[in-house]
Design a protein around this ligand. Structure first.
Ligand SMILES: [Fe+2]
Length: 72
């Protein structure tokens, strides 16, 4: 259960980062700062990939184990 809680907290952070980088990318685009748009998009994609990995970890391992612990 503790691992599931850590994953949940980590995903909250990733989602906050995704929202932030997405907003900053939009601001940069509005300002015509295309180099910044490119860099922010790269970071945004990294954050999305981290979120995806955490989701897979939660589904594949952690929550299943947490459920087993609850049954004991
Ligand atoms: Fe992140």
């Amino acid at each position: 259960v503790r691992d599931a809680g850590i994953i949940s907290a980590s995903q909250k952070i990733e989602h906050y980062e995704i929202a932030t980088y997405g907003t900053l990318r939009a601001f940069a685009n509005t300002l015509g700062e295309m180099e910044a748009v490119s860099l922010l998009e790269q970071t945004l994609n990294e954050e999305k990939e981290a979120d995806k990995m955490l989701t897979e970890a939660a589904y594949n391992d952690i929550n299943f184990e947490a459920h087993e612990e609850d049954d004991m």
